[in-house]
Design a protein around this ligand. Structure first.
Ligand code: PHE
Ligand code: ZN
Length: 870
C-alpha cells in the first residue's frame, strides 16, 4: 500500500489575494500550554464582490470571531482554513485563538526551546499562530503586544521598534512593538524568555545610530562577540558594495538551540540556530567561524533582498535566496580571499546541488509546482540560484550589475516581486533583452559544456568548437540552450601565460546556441586551454585535451580556481581507474609536491588542493556507482601519496607554528587548515610496511590532538586518528566526551565525527549511538549530527546488507511523527538509487518503498519519497 501523493500547488494558478490587510494587530498572552492570540485585522476587498474571506490556520483552537465588533458565528473551520462567506468590502476582523507552544515539536509557528518562547514562520508557520492570509504577497503593518509573567520571561521581543513596556500587576508585564515597514507574515517573529544580551551599536553611512543586540543563553555572551563583529562588517559591506543602509533603529539576533534550518531573517529580529552564532576558540572550529560570518551576513542582507523587496509567491523563493547567497558569497570573498572562497563555494555546489540536479528530485531554481514548499529550501534554490546571479553579473560586468541591482531595489521596494522583475532590472539599465536568463531559472539540470580545441600552427590560430546540452530531468524531457559565460585564457605547455589576439591574456565568450566556433588568433604555439576560469558558470565542463595540459594548468594557471580544478581532475582520473599506472600517480605526486612547497601560494589554498575529490564527488563521475570501489580506490591513492610525499608533508607540517593567541582570521585559519590537511594525509599511510614509521605518525596525531589549544586542531587530530582506529581513536573520543559533555554544540560534533568516520566499525557505532543518553531526535542539531552525518558517509551508509538504510528508515519514520520538515531532508541520500550497483540499488529502493508504505506519512516525506521512486 502506497501513501497517496499529496496534492500540488502550481505557479500557473497564481492569483492575487482577494483581500488586502493594511494593518495587523496581535496580542499574545503567553502560557506554555495555553497561549492566547488575539488578532485584529483591517481588511479591504480587492477581488470579486462575492469572494468569501478564506484565512489559513492550522492546529488552532478557535475561541471567537467578530466583524466590526459584532460576534460572528456563521463561518466554516477546516483543518487548514477559516471561511466567512459574506463579508463587507472594508471591515475589521477580530479573532481569538489558543495554541500549545510547549507541545509544538514541529518547530514551526510558536514553540518552546529551552524554556523560551520562540517563533518560526517561514514559509507557512504563521498560520499556526493565527488565522491569516499567510502568503508572501499579503503585506501588512504590524503592531504586536506581548503579555506574560515576569518570572522567567524578562525579555519580550518582536519585530520593529519597542514602543512601550510596563507592568500589568499580578507579577505580569507587557511589551508593545511596532514595525513601520509593511511585511508578509513569514517575517513575523516573537521571542520571550531569560536571555543574556550583548550590546553594541552601528552608525550607518547617513549617520543614523542603530542599536545592535544579540540575545543568547545565560552565560554565553562572550561567545556572541564574533557574530557581533561579523554583523558590523556585514552592515558596512552592504552599504559599500550595494548601497544598502539599515532602516530601523534596532537590530536584534537571538540564538536558539532548537531550530529546523540555519537561521531566519525576520524583520529586525533574526533568529539563529545557536550552532551558527556562538563561537569561541575552544568550542568552535574555523569552519564554524566561517559559517557564522557568512550566515550572519546572509540574514542581515535579507533585510533588502527578501524583506524590503520580498517574493510574490513561494515559487519565487530563489529571488530572495539565490540573490542573498550570491551577496553573502561576495561578502565572504572580500573578507577571506576570492579564489579560496570560490573553490569552497563550487565544492559545496558540486557536493549538494549537482547530485540533486541529476537525480529524481531535480527541479528548476523556480519550480512550477510543489506539494510542500518546505521541501524546496534546496541547494538548487540557494546555491544554483546564487550561480545564476553570478552568470548575469559576469555577462553584464560589475558596473552594470551594480546599476541593475540599484534599479531592482528602487523599483520594487515595498513590494512582493518576481524573478521577471529581477531580470527586467538588467534590461532597464542596459536597454538589452535578458529574457534568455529566465531559462536558467525555469530549466532544471546541469548543462554539459563541451570544448574541442584545434590549433593551426601555420596560421597561429586556435579554433574552439563549443557545444552545450542539458539532459532531460523529471517533467522536462526537452531542454533549451542557455547563455553560458566562459572566461578563458591560454597557457603554454610549460605552464606560462600565452597571449592571443594582439596581446590579450583572457577573454569572455558567451555561448548562447547549441554550438558555436570561436577563433583566437596570434597564438604562437600549441596552447593549453584554461576554460571556465573562476567557474564562470554552473556547468559540467568536458575539454578535449591530452593529460599533460592539466599538469600545465596545475603548474602555472594564473587563475587559482583552475589550478585547483586541474588537480581535482587529475586525481579524479586516477581514482576512477581500477588500475592506475604508477607513472600517473608519480606525476600527480610531483605536481602536488610542487604546489605544496610553492611559497607564492596561500596555506588556505594548499589545504584545498590537498583535499582530493570526495567519494560522493566521484560518485557523480561514474555509472553505475560502486561505493565500496570508490572508497577502496581513494584510500589506496591517499596511502600511496602519504608514503611517497611523507618527507614533504612532514616538513611543511613542522614549518607551521601555532601562535600563542588564537585568532579566527582567514590567515590563521588557513594555516590551521593546511596543517590539519597535512596531518590527515600523513596518517592516511597508516599500516605502512615500516612499523617504526607508523608509530611515529600515530604519536604525531596523538600529540596534535592532545596539545591542541583550539577546537579546529582537536577535530583535526581526531580525524587523523580515524585512520588508526583502535585504542588511540577511542581514547581521543573519550577525552573529548569527558571534556565537553556539558556543551551541547560540541557534543553535536562528537556525534557527527563518529558518524562520518569512514571505517567499517562505524555502522555498529552509529547503531549504538542511537541509544546513547545524549542522543535526542527531537533536537534537529543532534539528530542531523548523527543521522545526517551517517547518511553522508558513503562507504558505511551503503552497507551491502542494507543495514545502513535500515537505520535511516527507522530514524526518518520516527522523526516524521513530530517534525516532518526535518525528516524530509533525509530522503535525498536514498533518491539516486538507480545510479548504484546491486545490492545497494535494491536496498535503497526498498528503503524508499518502506517509507512510502508507512500510514500517516507527512506530506513532506510523502512528496519527496514519492518523487524519488517515480
Ligand atoms: N529564510 C532562511 C534563510 O535562508 C531559511 C529558513 C527557511 C529558515 C525556513 C527557517 C525556515 O535565511
Ligand atoms: Zn536566506
Amino acid at each position: 500500500m502506497r501513501t497517496e501523493q499529496p496534492p500540488v500547488i502550481r505557479l500557473a494558478d497564481y492569483k492575487r489575494p482577494d483581500f488586502l490587510i493594511p494593518t495587523t494587530e496581535l496580542t499574545f498572552d503567553l502560557a506554555p500550554t495555553a497561549t492566547r492570540v488575539k488578532a485584529r485585522l483591517t481588511l479591504q476587498r480587492q477581488g470579486a464582490a462575492d469572494a468569501p474571506l478564506v484565512l489559513m490556520g492550522e492546529r488552532l483552537k478557535l475561541i471567537s470571531v467578530a466583524i466590526d465588533g459584532q460576534a460572528v458565528t456563521d463561518y466554516t473551520v477546516t483543518d487548514e482554513t477559516l471561511t466567512i462567506a459574506a463579508v463587507p468590502d472594508r471591515f475589521v476582523l477580530d479573532t481569538e485563538i489558543e495554541i500549545n507552544p510547549s507541545d509544538n515539536k514541529t518547530l514551526e509557528g510558536l514553540y518552546m526551546s529551552s524554556g523560551r518562547y520562540c517563533s518560526q514562520c517561514e514559509a507557512e508557520g504563521f498560520r499556526k499562530i493565527t488565522y491569516y492570509l499567510d502568503r508572501p504577497d499579503s503585506m501588512s503593518k504590524y503592531r504586536v503586544r506581548i503579555e506574560a509573567p515576569k518570572a522567567g520571561l524578562p525579555h519580550l521581543l518582536s519585530n520593529g521598534n519597542l514602543i512601550e513596556t510596563g507592568e500589568l500587576g499580578n507579577g505580569r508585564h507587557f511589551a508593545q512593538w511596532e514595525d513601520p515597514f509593511n511585511k508578509p507574515a513569514y517575517l513575523f517573529a516573537l521571542v520571550a524568555g531569560e536571555l543574556d544580551v550583548l550590546e553594541d551599536s552601528f552608525t550607518t553611512v547617513s549617520g543614523r545610530e542603530v542599536a545592535l543586540r544579540i540575545y543568547v543563553d545565560t552565560g554565553m555572551r562572550d561567545r556572541a562577540v564574533y557574530a557581533m563583529d561579523a554583523l558590523k562588517r556585514s552592515m558596512r559591506w552592504d552599504e559599500e558594495a550595494y548601497g544598502r543602509e539599515y532602516d530601523l533603529d534596532l537590530f536584534m539576533i537571538v540564538a536558539v538551540r532548537d531550530f529546523n534550518f540555519g537561521a531566519m531573517e525576520n524583520k529586525g529580529l533574526n533568529i539563529f540556530n545557536a550552532s551558527l552564532l556562538l563561537a569561541d576558540s575552544t568550542t568552535a572550529t574555523d569552519l564554524d567561524y566561517e559559517r557564522i560570518e557568512s550566515v550572519v551576513a546572509h540574514e542581515y542582507f535579507h533585510n533588502w533582498s527578501g524583506n524590503r523587496v520580498t517574493c510574490r509567491d513561494w515559487f519565487q523563493l530563489c529571488l530572495k535566496e539565490g540573490l542573498t547567497v550570491y551577496r553573502d558569497q561576495g561578502f565572504s570573498a572580500d573578507q577571506r580571499g576570492h579564489a579560496v572562497q570560490r573553490i569552497k563555494d563550487v565544492r559545496a555546489l558540486r557536493a549538494r546541488q549537482f547530485p540533486e540536479d541529476s537525480g529524481p528530485l531535480a527541479h528548476p531554481a523556480r519550480p512550477s509546482s510543489y506539494a510542500k514548499i518546505d521541501n524546496f529550501y534546496t541547494a538548487t534554490i540557494y546555491e544554483k540560484g546564487a550561480e545564476i546571479v553570478g552568470v548575469l553579473r559576469t555577462i553584464v560586468g560589475a558596473d552594470t550589475y551594480r546599476r541593475a541591482l540599484d534599479h531592482y531595489f528602487a523599483a520594487n521596494d515595498g513590494t512582493a516581486a518576481t524573478l521577471e522583475d529581477f531580470v527586467a532590472s538588467f534590461s532597464a539599465v542596459t536597454g538589452e533583452d535578458y529574457s534568455g536568463m529566465l531559462d536558467w531559472y525555469t530549466q532544471a539540470g546541469t548543462p554539459q559544456l563541451h570544448i574541442a580545441p584545434s590549433y593551426d600552427s601555420v596560421n597561429q590560430s586556435l579554433t574552439l568548437h563549443l557545444t552545450q546540452a542539458t539532459r532531460p530531468t523529471p517533467g522536462q524531457p526537452t531542454k533549451t540552450t542557455l547563455p553560458i559565460p566562459i572566461r578563458l585564457g591560454l597557457l603554454s605547455e610549460a605552464g606560462e601565460t600565452l597571449t592571443f589576439n594582439d596581446g590579450q591574456t583572457e577573454t569572455l565568450i558567451v555561448l548562447r546556441d547549441a554550438s558555436q566556433d570561436m577563433v583566437l588568433n596570434g597564438v604562437a604555439e600549441q596552447p593549453v586551454v584554461s576554460a571556465l576560469r573562476h567557474f564562470s558558470a554552473p556547468v559540467i565542463l568536458n575539454l578535449d585535451e591530452p593529460e599533460n595540459h592539466a599538469f600545465a594548468r596545475l603548474k602555472g594557471d594564473p587563475d587559482p580556481f583552475n589550478r585547483w580544478e586541474a588537480a581535482q581532475g587529475l586525481a579524479r582520473t586516477i581514482l576512477l581507474n581500477p588500475e592506475p599506472a604508477q607513472a600517473q600517480i608519480d606525476a600527480f605526486a610531483a605536481g602536488l609536491k610542487a604546489a605544496l612547497i610553492d611559497a607564492a601560494l596561500e596555506p588556505a589554498f594548499k589545504a584545498l588542493i590537498l583535499g582530493l575529490p570526495t567519494e560522493s564527488d566521484l560518485a557523480q563521475s561514474i555509472l553505475p556507482v560502486d561505493p565500496a570501489f570508490l572508497h577502496a580506490s581513494r584510500k589506496r591513492f591517499k596511502a600511496a601519496l602519504s608514503v611517497q610525499l611523507k618527507d614533504t608533508l612532514l616538513a611543511q607540517y613542522k614549518i607551521i607554528v601555532t601562535p600563542d593567541t588564537f585568532s579566527p582570521d582567514a590567515q590563521a585559519a588557513g594555516d590551521r587548515a593546511f596543517r590539519n590537511a597535512l596531518l590527515d594525509l600523513l596518517l592516511a599511510g597508516h599500516s605502512r610496511a615500516d612499523l617504526a614509521d607508523d608509530a611515529q605518525m600515530i604519536a604525531l596525531a596523538e600529540n596534535h590532538f592532545g596539545t591542541a589549544t583550539n577546537m579546529t586542531d582537536m577535530v583535526g587530530g581526531l580525524i587523523a586518528l580515524m585512520h588508526v582506529q583502535g585504542a588511540p581513536y577511542q581514547a581521543a573520543l573519550d577525552a573529548f566526551y569527558a571534556r565537553f559533555r556539558h556543551e551541547p554544540l560540541v557534543m553535536d560534533k562528537w556525534f557527527s565525527l563518529q558518524a562520518t568516520c569512514p571505517h567499517p566499525d562505524t555502522l555498529a557505532r552509529v547503531e549504538a549511538l542511537q541509544n546513547h543518553p545524549d542522543f535526542d531526535a527531537r533536537t534537529p542539531n543532534r539528530w542531523r549530527a548523527l543521522v545526517g552525518g551517517f547518511a553522508a558517509n558513503q562507504s558505511v551508509f551503503h552497507n551491502a546488507e542494507g543495514k545502513g538504510y535500515d537505520v535511516l528508515v527507522k530514524q526518518v519514520l520516527m522523526v516524521d511523527t513530530f517534525n516532518p520538515m526535518t525528516a524530509a531532508r533525509m530522503i535525498e541520500p536514498l533518491s539516486r538509487f538507480r545510479n548504484y550497483v546491486s545490492p545497494y540499488k535494491d536496498g535503497m529502493q526498498k528503503a524508499l518503498e518502506t517509507i512510502l508504505a508507512q500510514p500517516n506519512l507527512s506530506k513532506n516525506v510523502a512528496e519527496l519519497a514519492g518523487k524519488a521512486l517515480n
